[in-house]
Design a binder for this molecule. Structure first.
Ligand code: HEM
Length: 361
């Protein structure tokens, strides 16, 4: 290890939490954009159409965050769990590599949506296609991250085919993991809509629209997210749940996630009731709780991985250390600068006036 495991892990968990937030904004944003654009099209509802166009306009930007916040944790995962991750990605190499092309196709469609929207043409089918692609990419990631925890199936898979085209044998933890991310996306996107409703440039009507619907999404998404979390827990092997339950850290982290997810539902209900009148502080609180919910989920997920791998003879904490301070220092400086720029970009975006809101001369 080029740095102590605790340091690499802390950076990994921080950046992966941000990646998860971005993935959920993309996935949930696509659900919202698709549903609203379809309803707007079928019912000739101008409010729905305009709102769907605005949400779709954010999505290409969000993709850049998904990718850029995905690369650093990928590097950390490779350093920390290289043996397991490389094997897993090679075994399903065809699907793994296809992510690049799927991502490019989806990104292209998001721009096509903006173009069609600007000229008043329907684009709900492009949103649906993009949504299906993102769901597919999430499935590939979940498959990779679960296959890396199953060294017992690697050899048989490779013997059966070395072309990377085989799907792994059935794993009861895979579907709950994927469902967990989808339910998280609904909840977090709901919270994001409530935050969006606080933009000062919005009309009172649009602000109400975002707050009420975003609140409803968070209110409905939160219990689903909690149910998915319990499903993930119950499909883990008994040895894993036993070790996690007796651990000094993970029961508290799991409880913190549960509280955060429940709070998101409660705040969602407040947004449904108060609509555009919801105090800014509550909207900011909602955003922070959403990030905290993801951070705790990411820490717990990491616990599942470590405990599973320890049970299969791979103990991360026992790796020899060979410090590379120079690289670490450069990474640290760039990370701080990068996060500062990111904060600045978000602040600029929050203040910017979308073209559709500029009054005509
Ligand atoms: C639309 C694009 C993407 C989607 C929908 C997506 C979705 C996901 C999902 C669902 C997981 C969790 C899988 C699980 O544990 O069950 C995940 C993990 C991860 N993703 Fe993404 N992802 C996307 C793009 C990317 C990109 C472009 C990168 C990096 C280049 C990336 C890097 C990672 C890493 C490093 C992890 C977890 C690593 C670990 O377990 O430590 N993702 N992603």
């Amino acid at each position: 290890m080029p740095a102590p495991v605790w340091l690499l892990k802390s950076l990994h968990l921080l950046l992966l939490s941000l990646h998860f937030v971005a993935v959920q904004l993309l996935l949930g944003g696509l659900v919202v954009a698709f549903v609203w654009s379809l309803l707007g099209h079928l019912r000739k509802d101008a409010q729905c159409r305009a709102a769907s166009g605005e949400v779709a306009g954010y999505l290409p930007v969000i993709v850049t965050y998904v990718v850029n916040l995905g690369v650093p944790p990928l590097l950390f995962t490779q350093v920390l769990y290289g043996v397991a991750l490389y094997t897993s990605t090679i075994l399903i190499g065809a699907y793994w590599i296809s992510v690049i092309f799927l991502l490019i196709a989806m990104y292209y469609m998001l721009y096509a949506i903006t173009r069609r929207g600007a000229s008043g043409r329907a684009w709900w089918f492009l949103a649906l296609a993009s949504l299906l692609i993102v769901l597919g990419i999430a499935k590939i990631y979940a498959t990779t991250m679960t296959l890396m925890l199953r060294p017992e199936v690697w050899q048989a898979m490779y013997r059966a085919s070395a072309h990377g085209t085989l799907a792994p044998p059935h794993d009861p933890t895979l579907l709950p993991r994927w469902t967990f991310m989808v339910c998280a996306a609904l909840t977090v996107a709901g919270a994001a809509l409530v935050v969006l409703s606080k933009r000062r440039i919005l009309s009172a009507e649009r602000s109400d629209f975002y707050a009420a619907r975003g609140g409803l999404l968070a209110l409905l998404g939160a219990p689903l997210w909690i149910a998915a979390g319990l499903w993930v827990w119950h499909t883990q092997p008994a040895a894993v749940t036993h070790l996690l339950a007796g651990h000094a850290l993970y029961p508290a982290v799991g409880l913190a996630w549960l509280v955060c997810a429940a709070l998101l539902g409660v705040f969602g209900l407040l947004a449904v009731v108060r609509k555009g009148q919801l105090p800014v502080l509550l909207a900011v609180g909602l955003a922070l709780i959403a990030i905290l919910a993801d951070a705790t989920a990411v820490i717990f997920r990491d616990g599942i991985r470590d405990v599973t791998l320890i049970g299969k003879g791979f103990n991360l904490w026992g790796q020899p250390l060979e410090m590379n301070l120079q690289v670490l220092a450069i990474f640290g400086v760039l990370l701080v600068l990068g996060l500062a720029v990111l904060g600045w970009l978000i602040a600029v975006m929050a203040r910017a006036q979308p073209a559709t809101e500029v009054p005509h001369e």
